[in-house]
Write a protein that binds this ligand. Structure first.
Ligand code: AMP
Length: 403
């Protein structure tokens, strides 16, 4: 069974083709700068030369056409006919309150996804576009939607409600949704698998720390709380997003600086976090760490805020679950920054968290346990693989559908 996974963004399409017999990756690639000058396709077939071509890509339709051509190409291709693709799995950011799992994308689901555009105005439209183009270009091949929000639909009311008038929840569905769900679920399951335990028996905190970050508490195999909420801005500070702030700041700043709705939104989402606190050094962790080692105070205060925020979330979620067995770090920063892992874990021995410096430093992008033998809490680094998780869900839904 071959599954194509598509992650369609506003100006890019990421794709992977898996052979689910052994979960091997047959090809992966990226269509970039759709509708922008200098658009290109980067195609990486397993065991063959990469194919990178600059070509005009005015829209998503052309982008997906190029992906299909690349997959079928005589020299760079990995399949002979599109009928070899059993199904396509799509990453969809927002599934609202309706989807707590992945679904086969029929007309009814597509109508519902259109309704959720107002909940994720930046992400859902390009996701929907990618699905529509695939439905057109790959007729008869089942398409499955895998939602970033789905894993968090198990969060109980006490954790998903905000302290606003309840009518806003009833009228507008304003609540905590959470994101990166596919990643949190994947790494929590992997950690349990490595320990040889059932995830349902473990209390786990997963830290997905990348350009966007979220922390999730997983109890009895279910997400019970997560740091991103209604939008993708709360929780710890991120590359350019502010993380948790007192909401009183927003009207105050708008008045002081005479800001429009769009301008304040831009500040909170695009000019804050690492970028804002460091006064423009960078939104990228690597740059900030390099500056800290050069003694830069602006970079240091930025990372101190991040480390402190992470410690607080780990503490809060340990309390929420009344214990902790496993702490997982994943995504760009979580997987690659030993300094962050060390600083965050230090001083948490009260919770039974003890990092092994040697294991932490010696790690090279692989999954590993980095806690000491005596640590009550097992600390893991697990590379996230949202695409593989999407492929799994897609295969499962197709199997159920066919059988
Ligand atoms: P992601 O959104 O998961 O791709 O993660 C992007 C973030 O990971 C950026 O802030 C990068 O600076 C960070 N990152 C990637 N590689 C490293 C590294 N070797 N050390 C520290 N941070 C890294």
């Amino acid at each position: 069974m071959k599954i194509l996974v598509v992650n369609s963004g506003s100006s890019s399409i990421k794709y992977r083709l898996f052979d689910m017999a052994d979960e091997s990756l047959l090809a992966n690639g990226l269509v970039e700068r759709i509708g922008i000058q200098g658009s290109l396709i980067n195609h990486y077939p397993a065991g063959k030369d990469a194919f990178i071509k600059e070509i005009e890509i005015p829209d998503h339709r052309k982008g997906i056409e190029l992906v299909i051509d690349a997959l079928l190409d005589n020299k760079y291709g990995v399949i002979k006919s599109i009928s070899e693709i059993t199904a396509v799995g799509h990453r969809v950011v927002h599934g609202g309150e309706k989807y707590s799992g992945s679904v086969l994308l029929n007309d009814d689901v597509m109508d519902t996804l259109n309704e959720f555009i107002e909940l994720a105005p930046l992400h859902n439209p390009p996701n929907i576009l990618g699905i529509k183009v695939c439905q057109e270009l790959l007729p008869g091949i089942p398409q499955v939607g895998v939602f970033d929000t789905a894993f968090h639909q198990s969060i109980p009311e006490q954790a998903f409600l905000y302290g606003l008038p309840y009518s806003f929840y009833e009228k507008y569905r304003i609540r905590r949704y959470g994101f990166h769900g596919t990643s949190h679920k994947y790494v929590a399951q992997k950690a349990a698998e490595i320990l040889g335990k059932d995830l349902k028996e473990l209390k786990v905190i997963t830290c997905h720390l990348g350009n966007g970050s979220s922390i999730t508490a997983v109890k009895e195999g279910k997400s019970v709380d997560t740091s991103l909420g209604f939008g993708t801005i709360s929780g710890v500070i991120m590359g350019t997003r502010c993380g948790d702030i007192d909401p009183a700041i927003i009207p105050y700043l708008m008045e002081k600086e005479k800001l429009s709705f769009k301008e304040i939104n831009d500040i909170l989402y695009k000019k804050s976090g690492f970028m804002g606190l460091s006064e423009g050094i960078s939104s990228d962790m690597r740059d900030l760490e390099a500056q800290v080692s050069n003694g830069n105070k602006r970079a240091k205060r930025t990372l101190d805020v991040l480390y402190y925020g992470l410690k607080k979330y780990i503490g809060a979620y340990t309390a929420a679950m009344n214990g902790l067995d496993v702490l997982v770090f994943t995504a760009g920063i979580g997987e690659n920054s030993p300094l962050l892992r060390k600083t965050v874990c230090e001083g948490l021995s009260f919770f039974g968290i003890e990092i092994d410096d040697k294991k932490n430093d010696g790690l090279k992008g692989k999954k590993a346990i980095i806690s000491t033998e005596n640590s009550k809490v097992k600390i893991f680094v697990i590379p996230t693989d949202e695409e593989l998780m999407i492929a799994h869900d897609t295969a499962e839904i197709c199997n159920n559908f066919n059988g």
